[in-house]
Design a protein around this ligand. Structure first.
Ligand SMILES: Cc1ncc(COP(=O)(O)O)c(C=O)c1O
Length: 447
């Protein structure tokens, strides 16, 4: 049977049925779609997603934290159209092209100092795979083959391929694959919600850094790197912590000769209020990972930026000392062009300053929400907000998701944690809608 687009793509129910029959959706127990149906999306514009009946949803989670400047942004679209007419793809081994070179040069200018080379991959998890291999391979090339273990923070998330899962501390994603995953240690996470009574966020961060120091003292000889999500641990439920931890971690990693990997896949590209979260601790990591927002939410692209000394340890006559990792679409010109258009918007529109104002506006108008009797731990870093809801509903996340859709909002709670991570183009009127409608949902589901 041949599908005719015009016959079959026009209705919500039609597309939904076809999707369930043919697509295995990610991060899903497919059976749950019997109770909480998929949302067919026909088009997008700005912060809005539209279904086939014209109902619209405010994308308050930036489509899994990737979108920065709205869906179907005219400037990114135009750049992509032009790139399409010039070069769609060429392999990057043995070849090079303008968008990938310009992107590497511009990222080097923007990133914390010393990160002179960019290695490109596709999704976030592939950047994690690259960096774990690159870090251990560097130590091998430097005559320290035993340094091949990693540490991450408790509740860390660095992706779901097997290497990435080995430094991801989320049992729901890991447990089924335990037999295939190498065990690496975790160290206490400086999330300020765990601080003792009377202890502030900074004091707690430093207490956790002491635990990191003890671990490094004992294990540094076998450790390649410490991988960390700077300032905000997204998948842990937007756990936020004081930059003092990063500063101490940087010093300790240098002291104990262990790489510091900053996974800014979710928090980079302005999300925490500065272009890169590491800037808030005034540190430069040994490796910086970027993905998600780097293409403005258009195309899969990830980057591993690294220090020149690390790059140099691979530079030799022997093939085996080189970093032989590759993916077919590494450095895809269209993805790089979308990233360049994204950087142009940052440069031309004063995005970070505008975001500062937007953040203070949303904090202000959210007062009734943050003061609500059933809300705890209201927190905000840059363009990320989160809070916990006291509720009798064990399936709060699904109920909240469904209630939000009813009200034209796309919220995707993590357990009892509701968060906002909107595209940066959100207007004051749209922020009003977000705050008011979320308050109504909390009223509905709170204890
Ligand atoms: C901090 C962090 N690292 C890595 C990843 C994995 O990225 P991807 O989903 O593109 O594989 C994510 C995804 O949410 C993330 O938040």
């Amino acid at each position: 049977m041949i599908w005719n687009m015009s016959d079959h793509q026009q209705t919500n129910s039609g597309l939904l049925a076809r999707s369930l029959a043919a697509v295995w959706h990610p991060c899903s127990q497919m059976k749950h779609y019997e109770r909480f149906p998929l949302i067919p999306v026909a088009s997008g514009s700005g912060v809005w997603l539209y279904d086939f009946a014209g109902k619209r949803y405010l994308d308050a989670v930036s489509s899994w934290w990737v979108n920065l400047f709205g869906h179907c942004n005219p400037r990114i679209n135009a750049a992509l159209h032009q790139q399409l007419e010039t070069l769609e793809h060429v392999m990057l081994a043995g070849f090079t092209h303008e968008p990938v070179v310009e992107l590497a040069e511009r990222l080097r200018e923007l990133a914390p100092s010393g990160l002179g080379h960019c290695f490109f991959a596709s999704d976030g998890a592939s950047a994690t795979e690259v960096v774990l291999k690159m870090s251990a391979h560097h130590w091998l090339n430097s005559g320290k083959p035993d340094k091949a273990q990693f540490i991450s923070l408790q509740n860390s998330y660095h992706g779901e391929t097997l290497g990435a899962l080995s430094v991801t501390d989320v049992s729901l994603f890991r447990d089924a694959y335990g037999a295939m995953i190498r065990q690496h240690a975790t160290v206490p996470c400086p999330d300020w919600r765990n601080a003792a009574a009377g202890e502030d966020a900074e004091a707690y961060a430093l207490r956790c850094a002491d635990a990191l120091e003890r671990h490094l003292q004992q294990h540094h000889a076998k450790l390649a790197a410490f991988i960390i999500e700077p300032l905000v641990q997204g998948a842990a439920g937007m756990a936020m912590y004081h930059p003092a931890y990063l500063l101490r971690a940087r010093k300790l990693c240098t002291e104990y000769n262990v790489h510091l990997i900053a996974d800014e896949i979710a928090v980079g590209m302005g999300r925490t209020g500065t272009m890169f979260a590491c800037e808030q601790a005034n540190i430069s990591p040994d490796f910086l990972l970027l993905s998600k927002g780097i293409t403005g939410g258009y195309l899969p692209l990830s980057v591993v930026m690294t220090r020149d000394e690390i790059y140099q340890s691979f530079y030799a006559d022997e093939m085996a000392r080189g970093f032989l990792h590759s993916h077919s679409y590494t450095g895809n010109p269209l993805a790089c062009r979308a990233a360049l258009a994204t950087l142009d918007i940052f440069a031309q529109d004063g995005v970070l300053a505008a975001n500062l104002e937007k953040a203070s506006y949303l904090n202000e108008i959210s007062r009734p929400l943050r003061d609500h009797r059933s809300i705890r731990n209201w927190r905000n870093t840059g363009m990320i907000w989160a809070f916990e809801v006291d509720t009798p509903h064990r399936d709060f996340a699904q109920r909240c998701f469904a209630a939000a859709l009813e009200k034209g909002l796309l919220l995707r709670p993590i357990g009892n944690t509701v968060y906002f991570m909107p595209p940066y183009v959100i207007s004051t009127e749209e922020m009003d809608m977000l705050a008011e409608r979320t308050l109504a949902i909390v009223e509905l589901l709170a204890g």
